[in-house]
Write a protein of this length. Structure first.
Length: 103
């Protein structure tokens, strides 16, 4: 499955980057292709490529705050999770995503 993600926490520091790494690692361990950007105090880092968004089966928003450029995801399947939940059980979260998308 192809996935794209955005990670953003209230402070835009620790949880943002931890959530991004957990999301990338767990999705890849489960055999998925994934790219993920972060949004925080310094703006957008590793901004998602429009082609990756277009080809994605799902958009994962690991966010605790509103994010910029949501219109990029219009028409896409979006699954939202708070950063703490993702950080606590990233593999379990990816397994839930798999079940929802495989329907």
């Amino acid at each position: 499955m192809k996935m794209v993600g955005v990670a953003a926490c209230t402070a835009g520091i620790a949880h943002t980057y931890i959530a991004r790494e957990k999301l990338l690692k767990s999705a890849r361990l489960r055999g998925h292709e994934i790219t993920c950007e972060t949004q925080g105090n310094i703006g957008i880092e590793d901004e998602l490529n429009p082609r990756d968004i277009e080809e994605a089966d799902v958009v994962i928003l690991a966010v605790d705050v509103a994010i910029n450029k949501m219109e990029r995801f219009d028409g896409k399947k979006i699954i939202k999770v708070d950063t703490s939940t993702l950080i606590r059980n990233p593999i379990g979260f990816i397994q839930k995503v798999e079940k929802v998308i495989d329907r």
